[in-house]
Design a protein around this ligand. Structure first.
Ligand code: NAD
Ligand code: MG
Length: 395
């Protein structure tokens, strides 16, 4: 039986890598739904190749263009548009597994729908989990599906944990700490005082990974690692003080688990997202991911150090939002999305990203994150405040 796959965000970096793995295994996987926001031509090519039942784009204009491109090639994919159609792609496509690879909060509702529907959720969209942690994990539990982390660090930890590990302390089998590695991004060794005039292209030039622009900026500010600490907290259920971050510039060790008896288990490999993607798609089996072998003798050495928080204020802000709990991570994430978009598209200075996030966190009071309505309301409020702050900074 072919496993039926839906990909939310198929035209992005994770989406394209997912299709690359699927393409190599036509005997295992079939694609039943693909979604994208604006890249209509790329989505059309994907539909022509993989012939999904459903394709979703952001708006009617894009849907019209996609329908025409597909009709010209006699492809029968049903074309839908808008946020509700992303949920339809999950619930009505007959998929077994959903790759959640939309960037940012836009992925929350369809990813939650996948959780509720009991699908295997391949979670790349960390922002969805950060903004709704408890709610999302509850939805996975009631839905009864499997949650496979795709973020390379969490995938590494998942691989290094004992088979029957659960969030209950008696099922921790001697696990003491989770050690997340971080490359430190392109500005690892540049003093923060030299970063005032950084351009989007400089911030997106990641030394080891090729990724979408938003996560590339998050890697430069290390907000990405902060989001990942919160992601690890929800996925694995260890207290925050047992989740540590180490700078590891070579990006060979993707993360580690420290055990009570002195053992530290690490997962290593090339910095290539097709490894965690193939792992999630085929779990518990292992399949060829098309990734080059790791050649140990060619590594110049592996180094690890603690991050300097004064160099990375966004990491510090994420730690404090994580400690506050409730809706604080929702606010952190929303303000960061707005600030990063303003840096990428409309000239907000790089160093102001952290300022906007900090001031938004101070302005929006923390509440219990107990319903989707609350989370969406807080998300909208934080976006509005961040936008107001940015307009003031620019005027
Ligand atoms: P990307 O920008 O390359 O792709 C994003 C995808 O989401 C595109 O298909 C785009 O069309 C779609 N999209 C964007 N906004 C949308 C909206 N409003 N509505 C519907 N669709 C929308 O991003 P990416 O690098 O592939 O990252 C995707 C997610 O995976 C992010 O949450 C990121 O943090 C996570 N992630 C990425 C990597 C990586 O290597 N790229 C690694 C770990 C985790
Ligand atoms: Mg990661």
């Amino acid at each position: 039986m072919l496993k039926q796959i839906a990909i939310l965000g198929s035209t992005g970096s994770i989406g394209v890598n997912t299709l690359d793995v699927i393409r190599a295994h036509p005997d295992r996987f079939s694609v039943v739904a693909l979604t994208a926001a604006k890249q209509i031509e790329r989505l059309a090519e994907q539909c022509i190749e993989f012939k999904p039942r459903i394709a979703v784009v952001a708006d009617a204009e894009g849907a019209g263009r996609l329908s025409k491109l597909l009709a010209d090639r006699n492809v029968k994919t049903q074309v839908l548009y808008g946020p509700e159609a992303l949920v339809t792609a999950v619930t009505d496509s007959g998929c077994d597994a959903v790759m959640a690879a939309i960037v940012g909060a836009a992925g929350l509702v369809p990813t939650l729908a996948a959780a509720q529907a009991g699908k295997r959720v391949l979670l790349a969209n960390k922002e969805a989990l950060v903004m709704s942690g408890n709610l999302f994990m509850q939805a996975m539990k009631t839905g009864g599906g499997e949650l496979l982390p795709i973020d390379s660090e969490h995938n590494a930890i998942f691989q290094c944990l004992p088979d029957h590990f659960t969030k209950t302390p008696s099922d921790h089998f001697g696990v003491e700490e989770l050690w997340l590695t971080a490359s430190g991004g392109p500005f690892r060794d540049v003093p923060i005082t030299d970063l005032a005039d950084i351009t989007p292209d400089q911030a997106c030039a990641h030394p080891n990974w090729v990724m979408g622009r938003k996560i590339s900026v998050d890697s430069a500010t290390m907000m990405n690692k902060g989001l990942e600490v919160i992601e690890a907290f929800w996925l694995f259920g260890l207290p925050l003080e047992k989740i540590k971050v180490f700078i590891h510039p070579q990006s060979v060790v993707h993360s580690m688990v420290r055990y009570r008896d002195g053992s530290v288990l690490a997962q290593m490999g090339q910095p290539d997202m097709r490894t965690p993607i193939a792992y999630g798609l085929a779990w518990p089996e292992r399949i060829d991911a098309g990734v080059a072998q790791l050649n140990l003798t060619q590594l110049a050495g592996l180094s690890f150090s603690e991050p300097n928080l004064s160099q990375f204020p966004c990491l510090s802000l994420a730690f404090s939002a994580a400690k506050s709990g409730g809706t604080a991570p929702t606010v952190l994430n929303a303000a960061n999305e707005i600030a990063v978009a303003a840096f990428l598209d409309s000239g907000l200075p790089y160093l102001q990203i952290a300022d906007v996030v900090e001031r938004t966190l101070h302005t929006v009071p923390t509440a219990p994150a107990d319903s989707l309505e609350t989370i969406l309301e807080v998300d909208a409020r934080a976006r509005q405040i961040a936008n107001d702050l940015i307009n003031k900074i620019k005027s």
